[in-house]
Design a protein. Structure first.
Length: 379
């Protein structure tokens, strides 16, 4: 028996429901597909429950488990209000150096979409995960730190363009050569390995010339240096686009794009906008990966939704599809495919949780638990 240990964070709010659904369906898919492979789920603490019992939102043992096993799955986590960690998701990404936020976007037949041709939206977003404004380097208006920062940039650096210096808050946006190179390298490798035609560098370099403009410049340089033969042979096309133009083109001609490489904030906007085109964030999976260390954590892309927690109505598909991404990452593609097929068959027949079913012309609303049972029947 090939047994893989996978640490899992159950999560807060709807976390217990979506992670339970994910584990149940994935276990059933493995049983259906293989006679000699299984996952042993290792629950690790994080979030509000961990704080209530252990006094910390992210125990060291959880980080150590992810590092030891190289894999992980997590439900949504509460972001603490007030002081402390800004975001547990960002904390995980930065502390484990999970520099790629991988967000594949695909449409399932049967799912209602606000666009005419959602079948043309088939992209994979490589969002840089550790730099940009998500580094959290900022100072609040009216604080001594903000005053000191302004005094430095005005007195030492000659900055004169702050219109209201006394009441401004300030932030710093780091973008490095190394951070850009490893992201673009991963995007190019992914495109080649999956026989996808292009990598598009999405940026705002016309305004932020040294940060986002640097991302564009360094991305092209890396691609030319390390993937020159693939580019010359036509196996891979590298192109770039200003972010606002990409957001327009992704609606008008999405078929022109396959792999997107972009910075942290742009990637946040882009991945959610693309998800909306194929049915919403409820069916949007995600992963945080360090390809160099071989470490990957897969997660639901939505929040904790405390207003519906425990009501047996939450859509588990974001977390489930993230788990399916994990199967693909492990090379267990046959099991992944049977889940994809079951989901699409269910959606075509109109069976879904209420958030999706209410938008379908043939929609038949199921509770979370009944949806899980239905998917298992279709495997």
């Amino acid at each position: 028996m090939q047994k893989v240990i996978v640490p899992i964070i159950i999560g807060d709010g709807v976390g217990p429901e979506v992670t339970s659904a994910t584990m149940t369906i994935i276990d059933a898919a493995l049983t259906k597909t293989y006679s000699d492979r299984k996952i042993e789920w290792l629950t690790v603490p994080a979030g509000q429950k961990a704080f209530d019992t252990l006094g910390t939102y992210m125990p060291d043992e959880t980080l150590e488990a992810f590092t030891k096993y190289g894999l992980g799955l997590k439900g949504p986590l509460t972001t603490p209000v007030g002081g402390g960690i800004r975001s547990l998701n960002v904390y995980l990404r930065q502390n484990l150096d999970l520099y790629v936020c991988l967000r594949p976007v695909r449409w399932f037949k049967g799912v209602e979409s606000p666009v005419k041709h959602p079948e043309n939206v088939n992209m994979v977003v490589f969002r840089e995960n550790t730099e940009d404004i998500y580094a959290g380097i900022e100072w609040e208006s009216g604080t001594p730190e903000a005053r000191k920062f302004y005094d430095f940039i005005s007195g030492e650096m000659g900055v004169t363009k702050v219109r209201f210096p006394e009441t401004s808050s300030y932030g710093v946006k780091p973008v490095s050569i190394e951070g850009t190179q490893r992201l673009v390298r991963a995007a190019c490798k992914y495109a080649i390995e999956n026989k996808l035609p292009s990598v598009t560098l999405v940026h705002k370099g016309n305004i932020m010339k040294y940060t986002e403009g640097g991302f564009r410049k360094w991305g092209y340089e890396l691609a030319s240096k390390e993937f020159g033969e693939d580019i010359e042979s036509g196996k891979l096309v590298i192109k770039d686009l200003i972010c606002d133009a990409f957001l327009q083109n992704a609606l008008i001609k999405p078929e022109e794009y396959s792999v997107i490489a972009t910075l942290n904030l742009n990637g946040d906007y882009i991945s959610d906008m693309l998800a909306a085109q194929v049915g919403g964030i409820g069916i949007a999976p995600g992963a945080n990966i360090n390809y160099e260390k071989g470490l990957a954590i897969f997660e639901a892309t939505h929040g904790t939704a405390p207003d519906i927690a425990g009501k047996n109505i939450v859509n588990p598909c974001s977390n489930l599809l993230s788990g399916v991404m994990m199967l693909e990452h492990m090379g267990w593609n046959d099991a992944a495919e049977v889940v994809y097929s079951a989901l699409e068959k269910s959606f075509v027949e109109g069976y879904a949780t209420n958030d999706l079913a209410k938008l379908m012309s043939n929609g038949k609303s199921l509770s979370t638990s009944d949806f899980v049972k239905h998917i298992i029947e279709l495997l």
